[in-house]
Design a protein around this ligand. Structure first.
Ligand code: 13P
Length: 254
């Protein structure tokens, strides 16, 4: 039983470094979330306050959080600050790992601080093209999950905390080349078993999202896979009609 609460799927929009107030106003006027699904909009931090909405099952999420709680860290935004305006936070996106050198130890600190302030982390993992071509992608994925998620949940303090994970193969992000349903299914089944075997049934029930060149054409075949519990969408989420269309496709499937 996947721990989706009352939702049938989770849709996360990751706007990355895009958006402004006018964009948000229009977006929120036209966005149509629905009662069966959880819809999360991850904007740059500065816009989190503007994402307040009365729409049903629509939530704000941050794209990152500091590994520090407070102090002399110019430019950082802490988990307690993020928690003023949002419920969710992406942790370990491959763009953060690649461009900002975020290590596993940093990601552990971020998740622990997120929990301290009642944020729900969406932990991202996924192999790069070289790993995929060499065929060692499952061992890379194993390491990414093992080195961050297992240490966090080895402490009983966090065992009952909610977690969402997202498989985002780096080679599929922003390339227009999504992973095939079979490739996605293999990794999601693998991640599900890894979580069950190592941190037990509670964490075996975490929602596993897929991200990487999702659009309204491929959403249906991806969402039909057994261990796919939602989508993490970059480029296509910037067009509110396109994003709404993807959510409506899931509605049709449930
Ligand atoms: P695209 O949907 O643009 O490939 O981005 C995926 C992503 O990185 C979402 O976090």
């Amino acid at each position: 039983m996947i721990n989706l609460g009352n939702f049938s799927s989770i849709f996360v929009a990751n706007w990355k470094l895009n958006g402004n107030i006018e964009f948000i106003d229009k977006y929120y006027q036209n966005l149509l979330p629905n009662s069966e699904n959880c819809t999360i909009i991850c904007s740059p931090h500065i816009f989190l306050k503007s994402l307040k909405s009365n729409k049903v099952n629509l939530f704000a999420g941050a794209q990152d959080v500091s590994e520090y709680n407070e102090g002399a860290y110019t430019g950082e935004i802490s988990a307690s600050m993020v928690a003023e305006y949002s419920r969710y936070v992406l942790v370990g996106h491959s763009e953060r790992r690649m461009f900002f050198n975020e290590s596993n130890d940093i990601l552990i600190k971020k998740i622990m601080l997120a929990y301290k302030y009642n944020l729900i982390p969406i932990f991202c993992f996924g192999e790069n093209l070289e790993n995929r071509e060499k065929g060692d992608y499952l061992s890379i994925i194993k390491q990414q999950i093992e080195k961050v998620i297992f240490p966090v949940f080895s402490s009983s303090v966090f065992l009952n905390q909610t977690l969402i994970v997202a498989y985002e193969p780096v080679w599929a992000i922003g390339t227009g080349k999504h992973a095939s349903p079979e490739q996605i299914s293999e990794v999601h089944d693998y991640a599900r078993n890894l979580l069950i075997d190592n941190i037990g049934n509670i964490k075996g029930s975490v929602p596993i999202l897929y991200g990487g060149s999702c659009n309204s054409q491929n959403a249906k075949s991806i969402l039909e896979q057994k261990n796919v519990n939602g989508l993490l969408i970059g480029g296509a989420s910037l067009d509110v009609d396109h994003f709404t269309k993807i959510i409506q496709i899931a509605h049709g499937l449930s």
